[in-house]
Structure formats: structure tokens, C-alpha cells
Design a protein around this ligand. Structure first.
Ligand code: PLP
Length: 399
């Protein structure tokens, strides 16, 4: 069987390492320094590495003050938006342009910061909006002060055009790296080294996955964290949260085993009932807590293995339910789509009041997208994936 969700990108070795890794304060500190170095300076993307003094962090101490590991990706976005507000160029009630194919977590962060999400319609066969869409929305909506680019599934957007618009209109650009940490734009710059703020999520299935967590790097030196936020005061997660994060891949492996006898659903329902697992979309926005040291140590390891390739393969199909059913009969469990409503998950979609009438492309993408995993690299799985593609082809809608 081949899976999309349930930590299926974890090998047996990963599961053990995830459950047994011990970390120290030093690992946590090193991770923050690595992020400050990697994303924290405006010059980072242009200066050749050999000219830098690698043994010293001194050129980055300033960047370090503008970098923090946090409890979740949405917390990172919230703090970046608060920092933008503290420049006085952005005020309560201003608009933040967000991809019209995203997670409720992003919307939650914008609203919590007292700002208003405006959804940018994606292109018909693309999971992201274009610079042209941004440009045309700016003509109608003078309250847009910030735009978020998502590079969905690790597929890079046209950043050069976005940068030009940002400069022309004096906007803030936030790079959300949930899908795309380690990936590169077409001009070779790494995603996260271009905008005013870079936000990472370490939630389930993300490019850097340790079940929960995030990081925020305020790249623009004019930004600073709000006075109410002091990274030195962040508390470690509650024991229950730490245990949930540690055990999740083990539960995922058990659920995958039970899927062979169709018992995974009651098992997962039980885990949810007793709060031994948590749905990804329900991670908290919590600016008072951070991640554990062992999670920081795991991220340090994972950072070394980031690939410049899409996080998932994407296709657009008609009759998706029937297609997924046929795939299931052949052992492909691809139901955990990313995302199946323009703002996912479905259970929160209504509350977002998504402007469906004017966003037909976003609806099309959310209704017809199908994902294949990209983390299976051995021969057997590659052969299986070829069969999945063959099935998908029968339903595929092409541009
Ligand atoms: C595009 C995107 N950005 C940010 C987040 C926030 O992640 P977190 O769950 O860590 O708050 C998500 C969550 O799914 C996401 O899909």
C-alpha cells in the first residue's frame, strides 16, 4: 500500500529516531543561529559564502535578534505580521493578500493580527496566484499592504516579477515556507531569502516535518518583534504536547498497518478522542511557547537533506471521488489531499466566507487536484507510482 498522510514519509529508521532523539539547549540555539544565517540577512542571497567568516556569528547577531523558533507556522506568520504593523506602514484593518488555495492556519494568523485576508485567485491549472493578479488587485484595493507567497507544493512562483511589484508599491512580502523550505526560485535564489519576512512551519507533512513547530525570520532590518514578544521568555511545550509530537509517527505506522484490515479509521478516532493525536489544522497559535530541544535537533538533521524538488506531484482530475476510489482499490491511499477546499480543511471552510463567485479557478483547483507522494525512491514504490499515474491519466484534465 502507498500512503499520502499519516507520517507516511517516515521510514522505520525515521520513526525510531523521531521517538528516541534527545536534544539539548545547544541544539535549539544552533537551529536558531542556522536560520538567522540562512534567511536572516538581506545580503545572504547575493554574498558568496567564501567571503564570510564562518567561525563567527557576529555579522548575524543582528539577524539573530530578528529570528525566533516558535510553536507553530501560524504563530510565525502572526509574529511577522505584528512586526510589519509595528513599522506604522500597516495598521489594524489593512488587507493581506493570501493565496486562494491555502490552509485556515494562514487566515487565522492574519485575523489574529487584526488584519483582513484578501484571497488572490490562483491560475486555473496552478496552485498559486501570479504577479499579474497581485498587480490588478492593487488597482482596486488600496488597503493591501502585505502579500504572502506560498510556492505551493514547492513549485516556485515568478519571484522576480513579485519583487518588482513589491518595490513599486512599497509593500511587505512574506514568504511562507510551509511547502517549500530548501527549494529554489528559477534565478537560483533559495526560497525564503527574498522577502521582508520568512515563516517556516514544521507541522505534519511539511517540507520540514517534526509534527509541530515553526520559525520566523524578520529579514527586513526595519522590522522587530512586538514588545509583548520576548523569545527568551518562550516556554517549552507542555509534556502532553511533547509526547503527542514524539509518538505521532509510531501511531501513523500502526494506522498504516491497520489499513490492510480496514481498521485504521476506528483506531484514529480513538486516538483523537483521547487526544493522543491532534489534527494538523488544529495546532495552536501560541506566541508564549516554542518547540522541544529534540525537535530542534531533528530539524537540524533534516535541513541537511532538503531537496530542490516538488513536495508532491500534482494532477487535476474529473470525478475525483471515483478516481480516488479506483486508486484505493489498487492500494493507493491518496485521500489526504492538500487542500480539498480553497481554504482547507473542509470543516472550517464555511467560517472563512470564501468569495466563491469571483474565484472559479480556486474552486476548480480545490475540487480537482490530486497529489502523489514524492518521498518514495526505491524501485518497488517507483513501479507502484507508475501504476497510480496510469490510473490518474484516465481522469486527468489538461490545461
Ligand atoms: C501554506 C501553509 N502555511 C502555514 C501553515 C501553518 O502551519 P502550522 O500548522 O504549523 O501552524 C500551513 C498549515 O497547514 C500551511 O498549509
Amino acid at each position: 500500500m502507498l500512503f499520502l498522510g499519516l507520517a507516511s514519509n517516515y521510514s522505520a529508521k525515521d520513526i525510531l529516531s523521531h521517538a528516541l532523539t534527545l536534544g539539548s539547549d545547544k541544539d535549539y540555539q544552533t537551529l536558531e543561529e542556522v536560520f538567522a544565517r540562512k534567511y536572516g540577512t538581506q545580503e545572504e542571497s547575493t554574498k558568496p559564502t567564501k567571503n564570510r567568516d564562518k567561525s563567527s556569528l557576529s555579522p548575524y547577531t543582528d539577524a539573530l535578534d530578528r529570528t525566533s523558533i516558535v510553536y507553530s507556522g501560524r504563530t510565525a506568520i502572526f509574529l511577522a505580521l505584528e512586526a510589519m504593523k509595528s513599522t506604522k506602514k500597516v495598521k489594524n484593518g489593512d488587507h493581506v493578500l493570501v493565496n486562494g488555495f491555502t490552509c485556515k492556519a494562514v487566515v487565522e494568523a492574519i485575523q489574529k493580527a487584526g488584519l483582513v485576508p484578501v484571497f488572490a485567485e490562483v491560475e486555473k491549472f496552478s496552485p498559486d496566484y501570479t504577479p499579474e493578479t497581485l498587480e490588478s488587485l492593487l488597482k482596486k484595493d488600496k488597503k493591501i499592504k502585505i502579500f504572502i507567497i506560498q510556492n505551493s507544493f514547492g513549485i516556485p512562483v515568478d519571484v522576480i516579477k513579485f519583487e518588482k511589484i513589491k518595490k513599486k508599491h512599497g509593500l511587505f512580502m512574506l514568504e511562507d515556507l510551509a511547502h517549500c523550505a530548501g527549494r529554489k526560485y528559477s534565478d537560483g535564489r533559495e526560497i525564503g531569502t527574498v522577502g521582508d519576512a520568512t515563516c517556516l512551519s514544521f507541522g505534519k507533512g511539511k517540507a520540514l516535518d517534526v509534527i509541530n513547530g515553526g520559525a520566523v525570520i524578520l529579514r527586513n532590518p526595519s522590522l522587530s518583534f512586538p514588545d509583548s514578544f520576548k523569545k527568551e521568555n518562550l516556554k517549552k511545550p507542555k509534556i502532553a504536547d511533547s509526547m503527542r509530537a514524539g509518538w505521532y509517527p509510531v501511531f501513523g505506522a500502526i494506522a498504516r498497518g491497520l489499513a490492510h484490515v480496514h481498521l485504521e479509521k476506528p483506531f484514529l478516532a480513538l486516538l483523537l478522542k483521547f487526544r493522543w493525536i491532534e489534527r494538523s489544522a488544529d495546532t495552536r497559535l501560541d506566541p508564549t511557547r516554542t518547540i522541544t530541544n529534540w525537535q530542534a535537533k531533528l530539524i537540524l538533521k533534516k535541513l541537511k537533506n532538503l531537496k530542490n524538488s516538488p513536495l508532491r506531484e500534482i494532477y487535476f482530475v474529473k470525478n475525483r471521488e471515483i478516481c480516488l476510489e479506483e486508486l484505493k482499490k489498487h492500494g493507493f491511499r491518496l485521500e489526504e489531499l492538500w487542500y480539498d477546499t480553497p481554504v482547507a480543511p473542509k470543516r472550517y471552510y464555511k467560517s472563512v466566507k470564501f468569495p466563491e463567485k469571483s474565484h472559479k479557478n480556486s474552486i476548480f483547483v480545490a475540487n480537482s487536484i490530486i497529489n502523489l507522494p514524492t518521498w518514495y525512491s526505491d524501485k518497488k514504490h517507483k513501479k507502484e507510482l507508475a501504476l497510480a499515474r496510469k490510473i490518474i491519466k484516465k481522469y486527468e484534465i489538461k490545461d
